[in-house]
Design a protein around this ligand. Structure first.
Ligand code: BES
Ligand code: ZN
Ligand code: ZN
Length: 488
């Protein structure tokens, strides 16, 4: 579907469907000449999600869809409404849709630029269907979407929203691929391809021989049980102007997590294809960076492996050595995300030396118990980073919630036969905190750092028109782009 940004002050050209938003208690502003029946206008009250589709009785539109935004709408309501408009056009088998916003509405609902971004994101993301597993994917008739609103800022916002929406779909596709379709090598090939989209992006992929040289015994220890070789992906984005900061984004790229010798139960095990969602978020950022500028240098680091069980696999009790020399007793081979990330964080600390590092990982089942599917768990070493990520979460609808880095959980990792255990002793609980503290050991104290546990939000969240329901959500990409864009 091609999206075109237009100025709403231009006369309306013919469209099979015109979508107009209104807040609760407001009457929708119809463009000049467009008429609908009195009852359609009377029945529609702008209440949240109480939309009304009706035939037009005059003017350049064949049908009109009134979209109810409810009280005090903002970006989230606009994203959802745009997605409903696109879905309604699809359901009617139409070839085009036009979503129109008046200047008064834009001003009241967050400003022209933000409204443009939100409508475009909603339209792009709402039209998504995953077809990567079909031999003959169904082709949608809906090929054109016009988004009309006030002024140049609105149109620039729409273009930005398209880039962000498409980056989200790219991340979602990566997530949704089956484990045998998206292996560590396939993920690395995708990353390499991203680098061909922009002269500002480069990509280097380290193979197992290189990992061995660097001493990445934790990453290699996870990969041992699989025939598929592991990869360490390193993407770099350089801004046009001199960068004031260097940021490293690290994503867990477990393309399938069977648990290893500590094998997972078989129910829903297929969902462990999504255990690379952190890496999807990071690659998604680079997809967006190919068409959008941010003022900082961005590094994307993805350790990628499978976690399977064969005769070579790491056994509970085995000890492996990390890139920084730390020895780790692997008490549970299913706590593998922290192992591959441990080496990746050593690599970030030694080779990249960023101002800030943020990792994203489907790390623990325990964060799903604690926070559910709508909010990601967030650990930060500074309040500033916590506030920046919280603000980005609110702006993008990818909410994050602060959790504590408790000293007790760090202490509890020590005391075994190795320097660290990969899991806490059973009676302490707080599994997500233990995972975060394990990671913290490897990034060290000098680099500002955040860990986002996205195990609950990466797939299967509540449907919100443009995202959620079955399959991957692409969570993290828009959140991080918002964070990066706001840095000075
Ligand atoms: N990938 C899983 C975490 C996970 C579980 C994500 C369910 C989403 C849904 C991770 O590798 C894992 O298995 N973690 C274990 C850690 C435990 C052994 C300390 C977990 O959370 O059960
Ligand atoms: Zn696991
Ligand atoms: Zn895992």
């Amino acid at each position: 579907m091609k999206i075109t940004a237009l100025d709403s002050s231009k006369a309306l050209t013919s469209t099979p469907l015109l979508a107009i938003c209104a807040a609760k208690g407001e009457s929708p502003v119809l463009p000049k000449g467009v008429k609908v029946s009195a009852s359609a206008e009377k029945d529609f009250k702008g209440s949240a999600r109480k939309d009304r589709l009706t035939d037009a009785t005059g003017g350049a539109a064949e049908r009109v869809l009134f979209l109810g935004l409810g009280e005090n709408p903002g970006a989230e309501e606009l994203r959802q409404a745009a997605a409903r408009a696109v879905k309604a056009a699809k359901a009617q088998g139409l070839g085009a849709v036009r979503i129109q916003l008046s200047s008064t509405s834009a001003e009241a609902w967050g400003g022209a630029a933000a409204c443009g971004v939100a409508l475009a994101e909603g339209a792009v993301m709402g039209a998504y269907i995953y077809t990567g597993g079909k031999s003959k994917p169904a082709v949608s008739k809906l090929t054109r979407c016009v988004i009309a609103g006030p002024g140049a800022k609105f149109r620039a916002g729409v273009r930005e929203g398209v880039s962000l929406g498409e980056a989200n779909l790219y991340a979602r596709d990566l997530q949704n691929f089956a484990g045998n379709q998206l292996t560590p090598r396939a993920l690395a090939a995708s990353a390499k391809k991203l680098a061909t989209r922009s002269a500002q992006i480069t990509c280097r992929v380290h193979d197992e021989a290189a990992m061995k040289k660097m001493g990445m015994g934790l990453l290699l220890g996870v990969s041992r049980g699989s025939i598929e070789p592991a990869r360490l992906i390193h993407l770099v984005y350089k801004p046009r102007k001199k960068a004031k900061k260097r940021i490293a984004l690290v994503g867990k790229g477990l393309t399938f997590d069977a648990g290893g010798i500590s094998l997972k139960p078989s129910g829903k095990m297929d969902e462990m294809r999504y255990d690379m969602s952190g890496s999807a978020a990071v690659l998604g950022v680079f997809h967006a960076l190919a068409s959008m500028d941010v003022p900082v240098e961005v590094h994307g680091v993805v350790p990628s492996s499978e976690n399977l069980a064969d005769g070579m696999a790491t056994k509970p009790g085995d000890i492996h050595t990390a890139m920084d020399g730390t020895t780790v007793e692997i008490l549970n081979t299913d706590a593998e995300g922290r192992l591959i990330l441990g080496d990746a964080l050593c690599y970030v600390r030694k080779r990249i030396k960023p101002d800030t590092a943020i990792d994203l990982a489907t790390l623990t089942g325990s964060v799903v118990v604690g926070l559910g599917h709508e909010i990601s768990g967030m650990y930060t070493t500074t309040d500033e980073l916590r506030d920046r990520l919280s603000a980005a979460g609110e702006a993008t609808g990818e909410a994050v919630w602060p959790l504590p880095l408790l000293d007790g959980h760090m202490k509890n990792l020590r005391g075994g036969p190795a320097d660290l255990r990969n899991i806490n002793q059973p009676n302490i609980g707080g599994g997500s905190i233990a995972g975060a503290q394990f990671l913290r050991h490897f990034i060290g104290d000098e680099i500002e750092w955040s860990h986002l546990d996205i195990a609950g939000t990466a797939w299967g969240s509540v449907a919100r028109d443009y995202v959620g329901g079955r399959g991957g959500t692409g969570v993290g990409t828009r959140l991080l782009m918002e964070y990066l864009g706001a840095l000075k």
